[in-house]
Design a protein around this ligand. Structure first.
Ligand code: ZN
Length: 269
């Protein structure tokens, strides 16, 4: 599932291919932007902000959110102008940006907008500090988390207004590594600063990995301590892991996969 690390990595790949390059063509395959034409414009930079991917042209930004299935691919174009073979079905392409050297294709994007700088600021204004961003501020993250002290930490970590970029996989892993039950209210977390440090660390170490891993060694065993391992033994204590759903109305409206959280009833309290 794409989280801040995935978006950071994809933005870096897109930046490497597109920054400073002029688009020969653009193709938006969503009704709202079907007539937008960015050909002749040069990409200034591609950055991630939380789970949003931003392709900036200066006076306009292509903003996308990968949600569950989305991904961006970059393909090298051959010098003969031949058709590039995509690794995802063509009918799932939502945006195609071509330069002389590359073709960048956004597949199954959960969200795609073409925004002015003012619209971009408004769209992202709610986001909290981003552990992978230049403006990362751990104290501000703590302040935001504590603004709703009775909320469970498992729900609060998923709220992008607190920390931008943490998703469903990381919140389970962060709570496990911090030894805190996801249902524990934020105000009752013994060491909230540690939870925030773990969030930053997990996103940082995974931002350039092609396969996400929270256990320290991507080559050895399962990549996660608890996520997706419900009813299997805890790798630390052997207790059978649990999975649960946190009960906030806003999460009940979310996709099922977004509600499920995993934990060890013995390592976490
Ligand atoms: Zn355990």
């Amino acid at each position: 599932m794409p989280e801040g690390d995935t978006v950071f990595r994809q933005a870096a790949v897109l930046h490497g291919a597109l920054a400073g390059r002029e688009l020969l063509t653009s193709d938006f395959r969503v009704p709202a932007y079907a007539t937008v034409d960015l050909s002749g414009r040069a990409v200034e930079r591609v950055i991630a902000r939380g789970k949003h991917l931003l392709i900036e042209f200066g006076d306009v930004t292509v903003q996308s959110h990968l949600k569950m299935e989305g991904t961006w691919h970059v393909y090298a174009r051959d010098s003969h102008g031949g058709r590039v073979q995509w690794r995802r079905p063509a009918h799932t392409a939502r945006c195609v940006l071509r330069t002389a050297q590359h073709e960048a294709v956004g597949f199954s994007l959960g969200e795609l907008h073409v925004l002015t700088p003012a619209e971009e600021r408004e769209k992202l204004a709610h986001l909290g500090p981003d552990p992978l961003g230049p403006d990362w501020d751990a104290d501000e993250a703590a302040r935001r988390l504590l603004a709703s002290p009775r909320r469970s930490i498992g729900v609060a970590l998923l709220d992008q207004r607190n920390l931008a970029g943490v998703g469903n996989v990381f919140r389970s892993e962060i709570c496990f590594l911090a030894g805190v039950l996801p249902s524990r209210p934020v105000a009752d977390v013994p060491d909230l600063a540690r939870v925030i440090r773990l969030s930053e660390k997990l996103l940082q170490v995974n931002r350039l990995r092609s396969r996400r891993c929270t256990t320290g060694d991507p080559a050895a065993g399962p990549p996660y301590w608890v996520y997706g391992r419900g009813s299997r033994p805890c790798m630390r204590c052997g207790t059978r892991l649990s999975r649960g759903e946190l009960g906030e109305a806003e999460l009940r409206r979310a996709a099922v996969a977004d509600r499920v959280i995993y934990f060890c009833p013995s390592c976490q309290s």
